[in-house]
Design a protein around this ligand. Structure first.
Ligand SMILES: [Zn+2]
Length: 508
């Protein structure tokens, strides 16, 4: 096994990936290093990331024969290489065979190599996309056969299909059956450029639905602090990106939730404390272009590192969802990603650990929180696993105090129920979790959450249990139904029970 998982939250995880040059902790980003034009020195990159990616096809086109890639770049950390597929997409020709470029990557000493796939963009027709998927799968079969000859280089299998969900799912299933060390979601570059984050997330989750869950997943070309936490929450472990330097060339400065252009900054200083930002904005603008690009590229890289560290901390805390909700407000497309998560709730629930490492107190639920896994998981239990007691009457209490079983209403009800106690089962009505059986009212997080807005599914829950009980009495909440009585006073519950069961015959 080349990948171990240490901590999880949602589909996100902290892991260790073992390469022949040592382990690296995920999630992480491989900054793209361009052997032909590299503005930011590798010694500076090394301060932020211990792993880089470069294009083996570029190196091949310079040397035509194997060289030592680490010596050539002056890098002692982990090196991943790409195969030139991107050049293929942009320029249409790559004058090297798939087998050859794969072997070449291992010969130059790459730690992680990518097979030559056929990427596609968001404009690709279905017909053309399906041909590319088939050809990529054919090559994947061949690459998997060569795995033993690659000198311990980890092998990446890109999953193609792009925006066509069925192609993507088929491709993911078939790739997952092959022994790749890492899978990758192919070519969402155009989607990224257009900020179509919701579509990217949909692609990632569809891939996750169809691959081995313990396998690490790479997302090509995503390197903005905005998208990173969403992609990690959807199950991405590895990223590569040239954005830190591409943005810098245009004087674009990454911040945690947006990008600003240097010429649009009105304040005297940037809202950041990296080396770049010690200088007044005016001074940065007047720097020679080369020097400025280098400084902004370094700042951008520092922001990416900070984002990765924040995400890791969130995973350890079990508060990744809270973080997504916070970030989602930065862009419309990000807000929609929370809805996409909801589409895949069953998958999210399967991955999300039932107990987080350290439940850090209250869970917070807002207007997008219906997509969280916890209420879904609770509802599954209520529907399928929980044994609703075989009693004739259910009493549903809507109370404010938590834990619910410490509310005065519940305590008082227990005091006055007397002989009726054995005929009734009590549930609490919760805005987020729906109905909560009395005996689990203190189980985390049923009582340990804050919420606003009501659960849409409560009515379904009540309809569900109304088939199991002869009578349902609801206190302090109004729901209509054939065998439902709504009351606003606890004593009324006793009156109703008295009226029905006044005869000596016990209810059955
Ligand atoms: Zn800065």
């Amino acid at each position: 096994m080349s990948f171990e998982i240490e901590a999880k939250d949602l589909l996100g995880r902290i892991g260790r990936l073992y390469t022949k040059s040592g382990a690296l902790e995920t999630p992480t980003i491989f900054p793209v290093v361009d052997p032909k034009k590299q503005e930011l020195k590798l010694s500076i990159i090394n301060k932020y990331f211990k792993n880089i990616i470069t294009n083996s096809y570029f190196i091949y086109s310079i040397f035509k024969e194997p060289i030592d890639v680490k010596k050539f770049l002056g890098w002692s950390g982990i090196v991943m290489t790409d195969s030139g597929a991107y050049q293929l997409m942009r320029y249409g020709v790559v004058d090297i065979e798939p087998d050859e470029i794969l072997r070449y990557q291992s010969e130059i000493g790459s730690d992680i190599g990518v097979m030559l796939d056929l990427p596609m963009d968001s404009e690709e027709s279905y017909f053309s996309a399906s041909i590319k998927v088939e050809e990529t799968l054919r090559r994947a079969l061949r690459a998997a056969e060569m795995r033993g000859e690659l000198g311990g280089m980890l092998l990446v299998g890109p999953i193609q299909g792009g925006i066509y969900g069925d192609l993507l799912a088929r491709s993911a299933r078939r790739m997952s059956a092959l022994p790749f060390d890492i899978y990758a979601v192919g070519s969402p570059t155009t989607l990224l450029e257009e900020y179509r984050f919701d579509e990217i997330l949909d692609m990632i989750l569809r891939v996750k639905l169809n691959i081995r869950r313990e396998a690490p997943l790479h997302l090509f070309g995503a390197g903005h602090p905005l998208i990173l936490p969403f992609a990690v929450a959807a199950g991405v472990d590895l990223f590569d990106s040239a954005s830190y330097v591409l943005y810098a060339r245009d004087d674009r400065i990454m911040l945690r939730d947006r990008t600003v252009r240097l010429d649009e900054v009105r304040a005297d200083y940037l809202p950041c404390s990296t080396k770049l930002c010690d200088k007044p904005v005016k001074e940065i603008r007047e720097m020679p272009k080369m020097e400025r690009t280098e400084l902004i590229a370094e700042h951008n890289l520092a922001m990416l590192r900070e984002e990765i560290l924040e995400i890791k901390q969130r995973i350890y805390e079990g508060t990744l969802w809270e973080y997504l909700e916070e970030k989602a407000r930065a862009h419309r497309s990000l807000y929609n990603t929370l809805r996409i998560m909801r589409k895949y709730l069953k998958l999210v629930e399967e991955y999300d650990p039932v107990t987080h490492p350290e439940p850090s107190g209250l869970l917070f639920f807002g207007d997008t929180s219906a997509s969280r896994p916890e209420p879904y998981r609770h509802r599954l239990r209520i529907r399928h696993y929980y044994r609703h007691p075989d009693k004739p009457v259910a009493v549903l209490l809507k109370v404010d105090f938590r834990p619910y079983n410490k509310s005065w209403e519940y305590i008082y009800l227990n005091k006055i129920l007397g002989k009726f106690r054995e005929y009734i089962h009590v549930y609490f009505i919760d805005d987020i979790f729906g109905i909560v059986p009395e005996e689990v009212a203190e189980v985390y997080p049923l009582s340990q959450h804050e919420s606003w807005g009501a659960s849409e599914a409560l009515y379904d829950d009540v309809a569900f249990i109304s088939k199991k009980y002869k009578l349902i009495i609801i206190y302090n909440y109004y729901i209509n139904g054939r065998n439902i009585v709504n009351v606003n006073n606890i004593d009324e519950i006793i009156n109703i029970l008295n009226a029905i069961y006044s005869t000596a015959t016990p209810p059955s």
